[in-house]
Design a protein around this ligand. Structure first.
Ligand SMILES: NC(=O)C1=CN([C@@H]2O[C@H](COP(=O)(O)OP(=O)(O)OC[C@H]3O[C@@H](n4cnc5c(N)ncnc54)[C@H](O)[C@@H]3O)[C@@H](O)[C@H]2O)C=CC1
Ligand SMILES: O=C([O-])CC(=O)C(=O)O
Length: 308
Protein backbone atom coordinates (compact mmCIF):
# COMPACT_ATOMS: atom_id res chain seq x y z
CA UNK A 1 0.00 0.00 0.00
CA UNK A 2 1.59 3.25 -1.19
CA UNK A 3 0.30 6.58 0.08
CA UNK A 4 1.37 10.02 -1.12
CA UNK A 5 0.87 13.14 0.99
CA UNK A 6 1.34 16.43 -0.84
CA UNK A 7 2.29 19.30 1.44
CA UNK A 8 4.89 18.46 4.10
CA UNK A 9 3.71 21.31 6.33
CA UNK A 10 1.91 21.01 9.66
CA UNK A 11 -1.04 18.87 8.52
CA UNK A 12 0.83 16.81 5.90
CA UNK A 13 3.63 15.84 8.31
CA UNK A 14 1.18 15.03 11.11
CA UNK A 15 -0.82 12.90 8.72
CA UNK A 16 2.31 11.03 7.52
CA UNK A 17 3.33 10.47 11.15
CA UNK A 18 -0.03 8.98 12.18
CA UNK A 19 -0.15 6.77 9.08
CA UNK A 20 3.35 5.47 9.85
CA UNK A 21 2.64 4.89 13.54
CA UNK A 22 -0.46 2.84 12.63
CA UNK A 23 1.89 0.67 10.54
CA UNK A 24 -0.49 -0.43 7.74
CA UNK A 25 1.21 1.20 4.71
CA UNK A 26 4.42 -0.02 3.10
CA UNK A 27 5.40 3.44 1.82
CA UNK A 28 4.47 7.08 2.40
CA UNK A 29 5.80 9.66 -0.07
CA UNK A 30 5.82 13.21 1.29
CA UNK A 31 6.03 15.84 -1.47
CA UNK A 32 6.44 19.59 -1.10
CA UNK A 33 7.36 22.45 -3.40
CA UNK A 34 9.82 23.93 -0.87
CA UNK A 35 13.35 22.68 -1.69
CA UNK A 36 14.52 19.92 0.68
CA UNK A 37 11.60 20.39 3.09
CA UNK A 38 9.81 17.08 2.44
CA UNK A 39 13.13 15.21 2.43
CA UNK A 40 13.93 16.74 5.83
CA UNK A 41 10.53 15.88 7.32
CA UNK A 42 10.75 12.34 5.90
CA UNK A 43 14.23 11.80 7.39
CA UNK A 44 13.15 13.16 10.79
CA UNK A 45 10.07 10.91 10.78
CA UNK A 46 12.11 7.87 9.68
CA UNK A 47 14.36 8.45 12.68
CA UNK A 48 11.29 7.85 14.90
CA UNK A 49 10.68 4.40 13.33
CA UNK A 50 12.80 2.39 15.78
CA UNK A 51 11.39 4.45 18.67
CA UNK A 52 7.75 4.17 17.65
CA UNK A 53 7.98 0.66 16.22
CA UNK A 54 6.86 1.04 12.61
CA UNK A 55 8.17 -0.35 9.32
CA UNK A 56 6.50 2.10 6.93
CA UNK A 57 9.12 3.68 4.65
CA UNK A 58 8.74 7.47 4.44
CA UNK A 59 10.31 9.14 1.40
CA UNK A 60 10.62 12.87 0.74
CA UNK A 61 10.38 14.59 -2.64
CA UNK A 62 10.82 18.19 -3.79
CA UNK A 63 8.08 18.43 -6.40
CA UNK A 64 9.20 15.26 -8.23
CA UNK A 65 5.93 13.48 -9.00
CA UNK A 66 7.66 10.45 -10.52
CA UNK A 67 8.30 9.37 -6.90
CA UNK A 68 4.53 9.34 -6.29
CA UNK A 69 3.84 6.97 -9.24
CA UNK A 70 1.25 4.24 -8.65
CA UNK A 71 0.11 5.53 -5.27
CA UNK A 72 -3.04 3.78 -4.04
CA UNK A 73 -4.12 6.84 -2.06
CA UNK A 74 -3.05 10.50 -2.44
CA UNK A 75 -3.73 13.16 0.17
CA UNK A 76 -3.67 16.86 -0.77
CA UNK A 77 -2.72 19.18 2.12
CA UNK A 78 -0.76 21.71 0.02
CA UNK A 79 -1.89 25.31 0.32
CA UNK A 80 -1.97 28.15 2.78
CA UNK A 81 -3.68 27.88 6.17
CA UNK A 82 -5.78 30.69 7.62
CA UNK A 83 -4.62 33.24 10.21
CA UNK A 84 -6.71 34.41 13.18
CA UNK A 85 -9.77 36.39 12.05
CA UNK A 86 -9.91 34.83 8.58
CA UNK A 87 -12.50 32.40 7.22
CA UNK A 88 -11.51 29.26 5.33
CA UNK A 89 -13.30 30.66 2.26
CA UNK A 90 -10.79 33.53 2.06
CA UNK A 91 -8.07 30.99 1.12
CA UNK A 92 -9.69 30.15 -2.22
CA UNK A 93 -7.67 32.62 -4.31
CA UNK A 94 -4.29 30.96 -3.65
CA UNK A 95 -5.37 27.41 -2.83
CA UNK A 96 -7.51 26.81 -5.94
CA UNK A 97 -4.46 27.22 -8.21
CA UNK A 98 -2.37 24.92 -5.99
CA UNK A 99 -5.03 22.19 -5.74
CA UNK A 100 -5.62 22.32 -9.50
CA UNK A 101 -1.93 21.78 -10.35
CA UNK A 102 -1.34 19.22 -7.61
CA UNK A 103 -4.40 17.05 -8.32
CA UNK A 104 -3.66 16.99 -12.06
CA UNK A 105 -0.02 16.00 -11.46
CA UNK A 106 -0.99 13.28 -8.97
CA UNK A 107 -3.54 11.66 -11.28
CA UNK A 108 -1.12 11.81 -14.21
CA UNK A 109 1.31 9.57 -12.25
CA UNK A 110 -1.30 7.48 -10.39
CA UNK A 111 -4.37 7.15 -12.66
CA UNK A 112 -6.02 4.57 -10.36
CA UNK A 113 -5.54 6.50 -7.15
CA UNK A 114 -8.10 7.58 -4.55
CA UNK A 115 -7.74 11.30 -3.74
CA UNK A 116 -8.34 12.76 -0.28
CA UNK A 117 -8.63 16.55 -0.33
CA UNK A 118 -7.76 18.49 2.83
CA UNK A 119 -6.75 21.99 1.61
CA UNK A 120 -9.29 24.71 2.38
CA UNK A 121 -11.94 25.75 1.58
CA UNK A 122 -12.17 21.96 1.54
CA UNK A 123 -15.66 21.32 0.07
CA UNK A 124 -14.90 23.66 -2.82
CA UNK A 125 -11.40 22.21 -3.32
CA UNK A 126 -12.97 18.72 -3.47
CA UNK A 127 -15.41 19.94 -6.12
CA UNK A 128 -12.50 21.50 -8.02
CA UNK A 129 -10.59 18.19 -7.90
CA UNK A 130 -13.61 16.52 -9.56
CA UNK A 131 -13.74 19.12 -12.30
CA UNK A 132 -10.03 19.00 -13.13
CA UNK A 133 -9.30 15.27 -12.78
CA UNK A 134 -12.56 13.71 -13.99
CA UNK A 135 -12.01 10.79 -11.57
CA UNK A 136 -15.14 8.79 -10.67
CA UNK A 137 -16.93 10.20 -7.64
CA UNK A 138 -16.11 7.27 -5.35
CA UNK A 139 -12.41 8.12 -5.74
CA UNK A 140 -12.54 11.76 -4.57
CA UNK A 141 -13.07 12.33 -0.85
CA UNK A 142 -13.00 15.57 1.10
CA UNK A 143 -11.81 15.39 4.74
CA UNK A 144 -13.67 17.67 7.14
CA UNK A 145 -16.53 15.83 8.85
CA UNK A 146 -14.24 13.25 10.49
CA UNK A 147 -12.35 16.09 12.18
CA UNK A 148 -15.48 18.09 13.02
CA UNK A 149 -17.07 14.97 14.55
CA UNK A 150 -13.95 14.34 16.69
CA UNK A 151 -14.22 17.93 17.95
CA UNK A 152 -17.97 17.44 18.56
CA UNK A 153 -17.22 14.35 20.68
CA UNK A 154 -14.57 16.29 22.61
CA UNK A 155 -17.07 19.06 23.40
CA UNK A 156 -19.82 16.55 24.24
CA UNK A 157 -17.56 14.65 26.64
CA UNK A 158 -16.59 17.95 28.28
CA UNK A 159 -20.26 18.95 28.75
CA UNK A 160 -21.26 15.49 29.99
CA UNK A 161 -18.26 15.04 32.28
CA UNK A 162 -17.87 11.67 30.53
CA UNK A 163 -14.90 9.91 28.91
CA UNK A 164 -14.71 10.53 25.15
CA UNK A 165 -14.86 6.76 24.55
CA UNK A 166 -18.41 6.80 25.99
CA UNK A 167 -19.58 9.43 23.49
CA UNK A 168 -20.75 9.18 19.90
CA UNK A 169 -21.83 11.91 17.52
CA UNK A 170 -21.52 13.14 13.95
CA UNK A 171 -21.20 16.44 12.12
CA UNK A 172 -22.43 16.72 8.54
CA UNK A 173 -22.68 19.72 6.18
CA UNK A 174 -20.02 22.09 4.92
CA UNK A 175 -16.61 22.32 6.62
CA UNK A 176 -17.01 26.00 7.54
CA UNK A 177 -17.65 28.07 10.65
CA UNK A 178 -21.30 28.58 9.69
CA UNK A 179 -21.96 25.50 7.57
CA UNK A 180 -21.36 22.61 9.98
CA UNK A 181 -24.42 20.67 11.08
CA UNK A 182 -23.66 18.86 14.38
CA UNK A 183 -26.41 16.26 14.78
CA UNK A 184 -27.09 16.80 18.50
CA UNK A 185 -30.37 14.85 18.27
CA UNK A 186 -28.49 11.67 17.36
CA UNK A 187 -25.53 12.09 19.74
CA UNK A 188 -25.34 9.45 22.46
CA UNK A 189 -23.55 8.56 25.69
CA UNK A 190 -23.23 4.78 25.61
CA UNK A 191 -26.45 4.45 23.53
CA UNK A 192 -28.45 6.92 25.66
CA UNK A 193 -29.37 10.21 23.89
CA UNK A 194 -27.21 12.99 25.34
CA UNK A 195 -30.35 15.08 25.94
CA UNK A 196 -31.06 12.74 28.87
CA UNK A 197 -28.00 14.19 30.66
CA UNK A 198 -27.66 17.86 29.64
CA UNK A 199 -30.00 20.80 29.01
CA UNK A 200 -30.96 22.09 25.59
CA UNK A 201 -29.00 25.29 26.32
CA UNK A 202 -25.81 23.35 27.15
CA UNK A 203 -26.26 21.24 24.01
CA UNK A 204 -26.68 24.39 21.97
CA UNK A 205 -23.39 25.66 23.42
CA UNK A 206 -21.71 22.36 22.43
CA UNK A 207 -23.03 22.88 18.90
CA UNK A 208 -21.71 26.46 18.68
CA UNK A 209 -18.28 25.49 20.12
CA UNK A 210 -18.01 22.62 17.63
CA UNK A 211 -18.79 24.84 14.64
CA UNK A 212 -16.02 27.30 15.51
CA UNK A 213 -13.59 24.54 16.56
CA UNK A 214 -11.08 25.37 13.82
CA UNK A 215 -11.36 29.14 14.37
CA UNK A 216 -10.84 28.74 18.15
CA UNK A 217 -7.60 26.81 17.58
CA UNK A 218 -6.45 29.27 14.91
CA UNK A 219 -6.90 32.07 17.46
CA UNK A 220 -4.82 30.18 20.03
CA UNK A 221 -2.08 28.92 17.67
CA UNK A 222 -1.78 31.82 15.20
CA UNK A 223 -2.27 29.28 12.38
CA UNK A 224 -4.72 26.42 12.01
CA UNK A 225 -4.56 23.07 13.80
CA UNK A 226 -2.66 19.96 12.69
CA UNK A 227 -2.75 17.07 15.21
CA UNK A 228 -6.47 16.29 14.99
CA UNK A 229 -6.57 17.06 11.23
CA UNK A 230 -3.64 14.67 10.66
CA UNK A 231 -5.24 11.98 12.82
CA UNK A 232 -8.56 12.38 10.99
CA UNK A 233 -6.89 11.96 7.59
CA UNK A 234 -5.02 8.89 8.81
CA UNK A 235 -8.36 7.39 9.90
CA UNK A 236 -9.78 7.77 6.37
CA UNK A 237 -6.59 6.42 4.77
CA UNK A 238 -6.63 3.38 7.08
CA UNK A 239 -10.33 2.67 6.41
CA UNK A 240 -9.59 2.57 2.67
CA UNK A 241 -6.24 0.76 2.88
CA UNK A 242 -7.60 -1.91 5.23
CA UNK A 243 -11.02 -2.11 3.51
CA UNK A 244 -12.70 -1.44 6.87
CA UNK A 245 -16.16 -0.39 5.57
CA UNK A 246 -16.30 2.24 8.33
CA UNK A 247 -18.71 5.17 8.26
CA UNK A 248 -17.24 8.68 8.33
CA UNK A 249 -18.88 11.95 7.31
CA UNK A 250 -16.91 13.03 4.21
CA UNK A 251 -17.35 15.60 1.50
CA UNK A 252 -18.59 13.85 -1.62
CA UNK A 253 -20.27 14.83 -4.88
CA UNK A 254 -24.02 14.68 -4.37
CA UNK A 255 -26.37 13.80 -7.20
CA UNK A 256 -29.77 14.08 -5.57
CA UNK A 257 -28.88 12.60 -2.17
CA UNK A 258 -30.17 14.81 0.66
CA UNK A 259 -32.04 16.76 -2.06
CA UNK A 260 -28.74 18.32 -3.20
CA UNK A 261 -26.99 18.36 -6.56
CA UNK A 262 -23.73 19.45 -8.18
CA UNK A 263 -21.70 20.17 -5.04
CA UNK A 264 -19.44 18.37 -2.59
CA UNK A 265 -20.54 18.52 1.03
CA UNK A 266 -20.20 16.38 4.15
CA UNK A 267 -22.55 13.41 4.50
CA UNK A 268 -22.00 9.96 6.05
CA UNK A 269 -20.29 7.51 3.69
CA UNK A 270 -18.96 3.96 3.93
CA UNK A 271 -15.19 3.86 3.24
CA UNK A 272 -13.53 0.73 1.93
CA UNK A 273 -11.00 -0.36 -0.70
CA UNK A 274 -12.99 1.37 -3.47
CA UNK A 275 -13.05 4.69 -1.64
CA UNK A 276 -16.63 5.86 -1.09
CA UNK A 277 -18.61 2.61 -1.36
CA UNK A 278 -21.97 4.01 -0.26
CA UNK A 279 -23.58 7.30 0.66
CA UNK A 280 -25.66 6.75 3.80
CA UNK A 281 -28.95 8.62 3.93
CA UNK A 282 -30.19 9.66 7.37
CA UNK A 283 -33.76 10.87 7.92
CA UNK A 284 -33.29 14.48 8.96
CA UNK A 285 -35.84 16.61 10.82
CA UNK A 286 -37.20 19.72 9.09
CA UNK A 287 -34.85 21.90 11.17
CA UNK A 288 -31.82 19.76 10.24
CA UNK A 289 -32.86 19.81 6.57
CA UNK A 290 -33.08 23.61 6.68
CA UNK A 291 -29.65 23.81 8.34
CA UNK A 292 -28.22 21.50 5.65
CA UNK A 293 -29.84 23.53 2.82
CA UNK A 294 -28.36 26.74 4.22
CA UNK A 295 -24.95 25.05 4.48
CA UNK A 296 -25.19 23.85 0.86
CA UNK A 297 -26.06 27.36 -0.26
CA UNK A 298 -22.83 28.63 1.34
CA UNK A 299 -20.73 25.92 -0.34
CA UNK A 300 -22.33 26.59 -3.75
CA UNK A 301 -21.65 30.30 -3.36
CA UNK A 302 -17.94 29.57 -2.77
CA UNK A 303 -17.92 27.10 -5.70
CA UNK A 304 -19.20 29.98 -7.84
CA UNK A 305 -15.89 31.79 -7.27
CA UNK A 306 -13.93 29.02 -9.04
CA UNK A 307 -12.68 29.72 -12.53
CA UNK A 308 -13.63 26.44 -14.21
N1 LIG B 1 -9.97 19.96 5.79
C1 LIG B 1 -9.57 20.13 7.04
O1 LIG B 1 -10.21 19.65 7.97
C2 LIG B 1 -8.33 20.91 7.33
C3 LIG B 1 -7.74 21.63 6.34
N2 LIG B 1 -6.59 22.33 6.57
C4 LIG B 1 -5.99 23.02 5.44
O2 LIG B 1 -4.84 22.29 5.02
C5 LIG B 1 -3.94 23.18 4.35
C6 LIG B 1 -2.52 23.00 4.91
O3 LIG B 1 -2.44 23.46 6.23
P1 LIG B 1 -1.04 23.42 7.03
O4 LIG B 1 -0.41 22.11 6.83
O5 LIG B 1 -1.30 23.91 8.38
O6 LIG B 1 -0.20 24.52 6.21
P2 LIG B 1 1.41 24.63 6.10
O7 LIG B 1 1.69 25.99 5.60
O8 LIG B 1 2.03 24.18 7.36
O9 LIG B 1 1.77 23.55 4.98
C7 LIG B 1 1.38 23.68 3.66
C8 LIG B 1 2.51 23.14 2.79
O10 LIG B 1 2.07 23.12 1.42
C9 LIG B 1 3.23 23.37 0.63
N3 LIG B 1 2.84 23.78 -0.72
C10 LIG B 1 2.36 24.97 -1.15
N4 LIG B 1 2.15 24.92 -2.49
C11 LIG B 1 2.50 23.68 -2.90
C12 LIG B 1 2.51 23.03 -4.15
N5 LIG B 1 2.09 23.65 -5.27
N6 LIG B 1 2.95 21.77 -4.22
C13 LIG B 1 3.39 21.12 -3.10
N7 LIG B 1 3.40 21.69 -1.89
C14 LIG B 1 2.96 22.95 -1.78
C15 LIG B 1 3.96 24.46 1.41
O11 LIG B 1 5.33 24.56 1.00
C16 LIG B 1 3.78 24.00 2.84
O12 LIG B 1 4.88 23.20 3.29
C17 LIG B 1 -4.51 24.58 4.55
O13 LIG B 1 -5.21 24.97 3.38
C18 LIG B 1 -5.46 24.42 5.71
O14 LIG B 1 -6.48 25.38 5.72
C19 LIG B 1 -6.01 22.35 7.80
C20 LIG B 1 -6.57 21.64 8.84
C21 LIG B 1 -7.78 20.89 8.68
O1 LIG C 1 -9.63 25.98 10.82
C1 LIG C 1 -8.95 25.89 9.77
O2 LIG C 1 -8.75 26.82 8.98
C2 LIG C 1 -8.34 24.56 9.44
C3 LIG C 1 -9.41 23.55 9.46
O3 LIG C 1 -10.12 23.38 8.51
C4 LIG C 1 -9.74 22.98 10.77
O4 LIG C 1 -8.89 22.89 11.66
O5 LIG C 1 -10.91 22.61 10.92
Amino acid sequence: MKVTVVGAGAVGASCAEYIAIKNFASEVVLLDIKEGYAEGKAMDLMQTASLNGFDTRIVGSTNDYSKTADSDICVITSGIPRKPGMTREELIGINAGIVKTVSTSLVKHSPNTILIVVSNPMDTMTYLAHKVTGLPKNRIIGMGGALDSARFKYRLAEALGAPISDVDGMVIGGHSDKGMVPLTRLATRNSVPVSAFISEERLDQVMQDTKVGGATLTGLLGTSAWYAPGAAVSGLVQAIACDQKKIFPCSTLLEGEYGLNDLCIGVPVVLGKNGIEEIVTIDLTDAEKAHMAESAEGVSKTNGLLEL
